[in-house]
Design a protein. Structure first.
Lengths: 284, 321
């Protein structure tokens, strides 16, 4: 156990010693920067058609570094846009699942008894609904847009988080510092906010970093099926779907967005693993 | 009127067998005085303390009456919560457990002050630093930014005491506050508790199994055995001459520095009755050297006279000194 600094500083030190996690973090920062700034710096818009270069291979045409698709749209720009949409949805959905899941689970676990049973049965009911079916209904009713997709993913994303947090809260509420807070006159809301939630942030942060790639995969899967993000908007999912139809003649149309997705998911998983090791108090 | 009045307090636990941990206990703590409850493990002393502040496990039930400053604490809803914050401080056996591991000490102390109410965040942090100085934590300001795991066990117990004192309680409950510490630190913490209760004009209810711990600190001693109070007396009279055979046995079991080397440690033969068993007679009778046939058939009632009381048919002294 380190004599210097707090729990979080210790965790950062241990994370910094994990090369794989650190490299993943660096790549993620680069990808985020590229996705948010890249499209502004490049010469083409995502739906701009270059009639002179259709289905051009990478580096074969001036200005199209990663080639174009069969409508002559720049693949690099479209991939960066897709990355932006996919990561945006993933981060927002993860934040939503954090906010709802942590509060829901912590309250249920702390209060126990009937409240806990009612709250967790509600979670069970939502678990039982098939997600794809739910998304289809939503898109039929509200139309296909990133916002609908976000609501659809967010509505399910918090369920597992709530279960994890409830389990942690059940264990934490038996600890003596909760008794100490009760004797000190603290109310339920204060105890949950100040004593339960801060102590379960470790597992929560780790699970959140593992949720991000899950959501990206779900988004890509739904877009691939044609019920997610629609043309001309790009997402990693529909770029891969497009690329898959051309994979025999223009491999790069599949390889570029798919490689991007693989890299993204790998990086988040490695970072999540690294965080889990760094935040586990048993490793102190 | 005493600050804390416990009358006929009984604590039961539901389960496969119904277990009675505390059995019709009467106690009172005067303002600015210290009552020590002494007993073996399993005698119900901790449950007695926990039931007063409503921290019994879910299957535990407390009956009887616990009045703090005239306010009934048992079965009370919200008023009890407020009394707990401002009026009663609680120090637990294991200080590492009673501090939140992921938050800085300064924040936790301030939080304890704010939870009790009537104080701003800024004032609470200043008060936290004063309180850490008061519990003799060196370089109090520096430790405000520490996490509990960065302190030693003795320092953590000091911080836990400071946290319990933040709302300026009128009485401090301490549940074996020194058992998790080593001997030298124990003495320091006990001295600290004594000093603090004098400085702050605070009463104390101390639970321990160590008579040595309480000898210098307590004004009043209550001996607990298998859920009952067997003897209660002023500390000076208790140490001069205990009246109950069990008290005498406990005192005789304390090793003395004056004993010649090689002296065998004295102990009370036998073990306490298993929880859940009920004897028709005195619950100490199976282990008592002075037991008579009457002790087996008839449970001696707790007879109090003035500030002293005893539950024994054949006390070592009659109370006419």
């Amino acid at each position: 156990m380190s004599r210097h600094g707090g729990l979080w500083r210790d965790a950062l030190h241990r994370l910094a010693a994990n090369r794989l996690a650190l490299a993943s973090l660096a790549i993620l920062v680069l990808m985020t920067a590229a996705a948010s700034l890249g499209p502004l710096l490049l010469d083409y818009r995502q739906d701009e058609i270059d009639w002179a270069h259709m289905a051009a291979a990478p580096f074969s045409a001036e200005g199209h570094w990663l080639g174009t698709d069969r409508l002559g749209r720049d693949l690099l720009v479209r991939t960066l846009h897709g990355l932006r949409v996919s990561m945006g949805i993933a981060l927002l959905a993860t934040l939503v699942s954090l906010a709802i899941g942590v509060t829901w689970g912590a309250v249920a676990g702390y209060l126990r008894g009937r409240t806990d049973a009612l709250m967790m049965r509600f979670v069970d009911v939502l678990y039982a609904l098939p997600q794809v079916f739910f998304v289809i209904i939503l898109t039929v009713v509200f139309g296909r847009s990133p916002a609908t997709l976000l609501v659809a993913i967010g509505a399910f994303g918090w369920l597992t988080m709530a279960r994890i947090v409830r389990g942690q809260a059940l264990a934490l509420r038996e600890r003596e510092f909760v008794d100490a807070a009760i004797v000190g006159g603290a109310g339920t809301a204060r105890i949950v906010a100040r004593h339960i939630i801060p102590n379960l942030l470790g597992p929560v942060i780790v699970y959140a970093t593992l949720t991000v790639p899950q959501v990206i995969l779900v988004e890509s899967f739904l877009s691939f099926l044609g019920i997610g993000i629609q043309e001309p908007l790009a997402s990693l999912g529909n770029l891969i779907a497009d690329g898959a139809t051309e994979m025999e003649t223009a491999t790069w149309m599949l390889v570029v967005p798919a490689g991007c997705l693989v890299l993204l998911v790998f990086c988040f998983n490695f970072l999540g693993d690294g965080l889990r090791d760094a935040l586990d108090p048993r490793d102190h | 009127m005493a600050l804390l009045e416990i009358r006929g307090l009984t604590v039961d636990f539901d389960g496969p067998r119904r277990v009675c941990a505390v059995d019709h206990v009467d106690l009172s703590v005067e303002r600015e005085s210290c009552l020590a409850i002494v007993g073996e493990s399993g005698s119900g002393k901790s449950q007695l303390l926990l039931s007063c502040v409503g921290l019994l496990a879910a299957n535990g039930h407390a009956r009887g009456s616990v009045r703090f400053d005239g306010v009934e604490l048992l079965g009370a809803g919200d008023p009890a919560a407020r009394i707990r914050g401002r009026g009663i401080g609680f120090v637990f056996q294991d200080a590492s457990g009673s501090l939140t591991p992921h938050r800085r000490i300064g924040e936790q102390l301030a939080e304890a002050g704010i939870a009790a109410g009537g104080i701003t965040r800024h004032a609470a942090i200043a008060e936290a630093e004063r309180m850490l100085t008061r519990v003799r934590l060196p370089q109090a300001r520096r430790h405000l930014a520490d996490y509990p795991h960065e302190l030693s066990g003795g320092m953590r117990q000091r911080v836990a005491i400071a946290a319990a004192l933040m709302p300026r309680p009128q009485i401090l409950f301490a549940d074996e506050p020194t058992t998790a510490l080593d001997m030298t630190v124990q003495a320091e913490i006990i001295a600290l508790l004594g000093d603090l209760s004098d400085e702050l004009g605070m009463a104390m209810l101390l639970v321990t199994h160590d008579l040595g711990v309480v000898s210098g600190l307590a004004d009043h001693i209550a001996v607990m055995y298998a859920g009952r109070i067997l003897e209660s007396a002023e500390a000076s009279r208790f140490f001069a001459g205990p009246r109950h055979p069990y008290s005498a046995g406990l005192l005789a079991a304390v090793p003395s520095l004056d004993d010649p080397p090689g002296t065998e440690l004295r102990c009370i033969a036998g073990t306490p009755p298993r929880s859940g068993t009920t004897l028709p007679g005195c619950r100490f009778e199976p282990r008592c050297e002075r037991a008579q046939p009457r002790c087996r058939g008839e449970d001696p009632p707790f007879v109090s006279r003035g500030s002293a009381g005893i539950a024994c048919h054949f006390p070592l002294y009659q109370d006419d000194r």
